[in-house]
Ligand binder design. Structure first.
Ligand SMILES: Nc1ncnc2c1ncn2[C@@H]1O[C@H](COP(=O)(O)OP(=O)(O)O)[C@@H](O)[C@H]1O
Ligand SMILES: [Mg+2]
Length: 243
């Protein structure tokens, strides 16, 4: 029986992702071999949030279980949900901290652990998806990246005031658990610059026009966020009680 394929609105990648019955099919990425191992390690360790890897279909696509819910939406983010998001990241990192997949590094990073790759149902985090960018590294990289993207640190469109950002940041990091906060600002800046570079490459991909202007706008926003973090280094360190 041929089942209907329902496309998802995809992220920035060109890979096609579709829903077929209660499964998801995704075209393989360059990192697919590792991605499959990651999903398998997560299920073997009873991680409750990952889709289960089910194999390859006739079109060569990865098959995984569909997780019921919605992409995490900024307007619905509560403190409880943000804390859970950091707790789940800690579980993810702890699982890989003893895995050979992390090579000689602290753990395996998700590298795009952000609202667009998190699935929420009834106000709770229920899914973590899109492992295409996993790579060995230091825990703080994912921690700083998710804090940036939950609180929209330094963005003029953030749902949080500066005062709230300084209040919530230590709460989120405590939800993650024991970690050296003295490197938070430097790692956050390095993550912001990594994304800026990716975004600048995307500007070059398109001809002059609306799309180019839109992509340039995103770069401008990130530059402002970087400047905000640089200006507020002292305030962030103080909030995180960095000596
Ligand atoms: N296992 C899954 N369960 C539910 N939805 C999924 C699943 N995998 C992907 N999706 C949906 O498809 C979209 C794109 O998948 P994703 O793996 O994030 O691809 P991309 O690399 O294009 O970002 C997601 O934002 C999500 O809405
Ligand atoms: Mg994605």
């Amino acid at each position: 029986m041929n089942q209907e394929e329902i496309p998802f609105a995809s992220g920035e990648s060109d890979q096609k992702v579709v829903k077929v019955g209660n499964t998801v099919r995704k075209e393989p990425s360059e990192n697919s071999e590792l991605v499959r191992k990651v999903m398998t390690v997560l299920s073997n360790n009873d991680f409750q949030y990952s889709p289960e890897y089910l194999g390859i279909d006739q079109k060569g696509r990865e098959i995984m279980t569909y997780i019921e819910g919605q992409q995490m939406n900024h307007t619905e983010i509560t403190l409880g949900l943000m804390r859970q998001t950091l707790e789940v990241l800690k579980q993810f990192h702890d699982i890989f901290s003893t895995s050979e997949l992390s090579q000689d590094q602290e753990t395996l990073l998700h590298t795009d652990y952000a609202p667009w790759n998190l699935i929420v149902k009834e106000g709770k985090l229920v899914g973590v998806i899109d492992f295409d960018k996993v790579t060995p590294g230091k825990r703080m990289y994912d921690v700083a990246y998710i804090c940036w993207n939950l609180l929209d640190i330094g963005s003029k469109d953030s749902n949080f005031t500066e005062k709230e950002i300084f209040k919530y940041l230590p709460i989120l990091i405590n939800a993650y658990g024991e970690i050296d906060t003295s490197e938070f600002v430097d790692v956050l800046l390095s993550e912001q610059n990594r994304i800026l570079l990716e975004r600048e490459l995307r500007v070059k991909e398109v001809e002059e026009g609306e799309e180019k202007q839109y992509r340039e706008g995103i770069c401008q926003d990130i530059k402002k966020q970087i400047e905000w973090v640089e200006r507020n280094r002292g305030n962030i360190d103080e909030a995180l009680e960095v000596k």
